[in-house]
Design a protein around this ligand. Structure first.
Ligand SMILES: [Zn+2]
Length: 213
């Protein structure tokens, strides 16, 4: 409402939910009746949330000192759920009770955490993770890319020992538009020649996996 008034929209500045106090971010998120009820569902909260003269950053800092990053996540997601409910009340005439808002925030956070596990796995989840070669053997990873628009191709090579430490590498732009397969073959050739150049005897080659995971 304060923002609306700043933009010249006529409002009385009173919280449209409780109709008792001037609406501010702190009132909406922490001191309005519905907000207090939502926060009361947080039984494990390590600090008092709905205290006068505390703004969002005071509460966040308090949680960082007394709690964990998980507590901070709960703070942010629950505050967002309270704010979302207010918007629904004002603009859509829909509202939820405190328990529903708390459950909505909790399940939103759990679902996000569950989904994040798969994002964090990244390439390993697709079973393309880099595997170390046996002791004494060097692994050559190569990759090639081709661009029809630029009408050129490029190759990359990296050679690592059994500890995963890089022994040599190269990348090269080729001013010709080879097919994907031809570019891969050129990358393999470059990898073998590089291994020979630095005097390696035992090698294995893998394409399309330049990055260790
Ligand atoms: Zn209110």
């Amino acid at each position: 409402m304060l923002n609306l008034r700043k933009r010249g929209v006529a409002t009385d500045g009173i919280c449209p939910i409780c109709g008792k106090e001037a609406e501010s971010i702190c009132h909406a998120l922490f001191r309005c009746n519905i907000a207090k009820e939502v926060w009361s569902w947080w039984k494990e909260c390590p600090i008092k949330i709905c205290v006068e003269n505390q703004d969002f950053s005071d509460i966040a800092l308090g949680l960082l000192c007394a709690g964990t990053t998980r507590d901070l996540e709960i703070l942010v997601v629950t505050a967002w759920a309270i704010w979302y409910n207010r918007k629904q009340c004002v603009h859509e005439s829909k509202k939820q009770v405190a328990g529903q808002i708390w459950d909505f925030a909790s399940s939103f956070l759990s679902n996000y955490k569950e989904a994040s596990k798969y994002f964090q796995l990244g390439p390993a989840f697709c079973d393309v993770s880099w595997k170390k070669p046996p002791m004494g053997v060097y692994k050559i990873n190569v990759d090639g890319a081709t661009s029809e628009r630029e009408r050129n191709s490029s190759i990359g090579v990296i050679i690592r020992d059994f500890k995963g430490e890089a022994a040599a590498g190269l990348c090269r732009l080729i001013n010709a538009n080879f097919s994907v397969l031809e570019t891969e073959v050129l990358a393999v050739e470059a990898g073998v020649l590089l291994a020979k150049y630095i005097g390696l005897q035992q090698i294995i080659i893998e394409s399309n996996s330049l990055l260790p995971v």
